[in-house]
Design a protein around this ligand. Sequence first.
Ligand code: IPE
Ligand code: IPE
Ligand code: MG
Length: 250
Amino acid sequence: MQSTNAAELLAQIRVHGAVPRHVAIIMDGNGRWARERRMPRPFGHRSGMRAVREVVEGAVEVGLEVLSLFAFSQENWQRPTTEIDALMSLLQEYIARESDELHARGVRVRALGALDRLTPAAAAAVNRVVTRTAANTRLTFNLFISYSGRAELVRAARLLAEDAAAGRVDPAAIDESTFAARLYTDGCPDPDLLIRTSGEQRVSNFLLWQMAYSELFLSPVLWPDFTRGDLYAAIRDYQLRERRFGRVSA
Ligand code: IPE
Ligand code: IPE
Ligand code: MG
């Protein structure tokens, strides 16, 4: 049933033709998914790994250039230690389990965020998959870990200030592209479509600069239940929209 639906949506997407280059997702609702089952929150995070696999496969299938997933925010460091520990070991487990498959499918994994806050073991696992898949070209998979949009902007300002102080950059010549080049997402197109699951209607400090003109899709589905069919439905919805970028309709 679900797969028929996904296949049908994929066919419709292909007929329409224009696929977003970059889809970003705020994966939310793992805790509520677990609570509905009277299980501890890490059970929801573990189940969320299946949804990650689904959307990565879906992204390859539909032909996205970039898929960005918000996995862990800087604010999430304020959660209970037991939950943080569970998330960090799941990250390592995910990489250990999926690395071969990601590489075989031609996925280039990038990790974006304040990675120096990760445990040495988690950082090593992340670096391994990033290095191993660096030359792949089919899909860029941006994994945002320990990420904050504001911290990214402040970091870019600091890097620019250092370059200016050292005489490498003329302050009068700073423009949007000089600034964007100091963001973690340097070289990546802005997200065309930003999806948030679990019915929450907020940005939660994700991609503040990059989402200037992203189309938003708010899904009621809790992340562990999110399927490639849900991804395709969001892309199909996106295809029916008119992006004006401040101009008037043709
Ligand atoms: C998203 O699910 C995963 C992370 C933020 C790490 P949550 O853990 O936020 O789940 P809810 O929002 O409490 O349901
Ligand atoms: C946003 O979800 C961060 C990630 C999905 C990694 P949160 O669950 O942390 O966001 P808030 O607290 O509901 O805004
Ligand atoms: Mg949440």
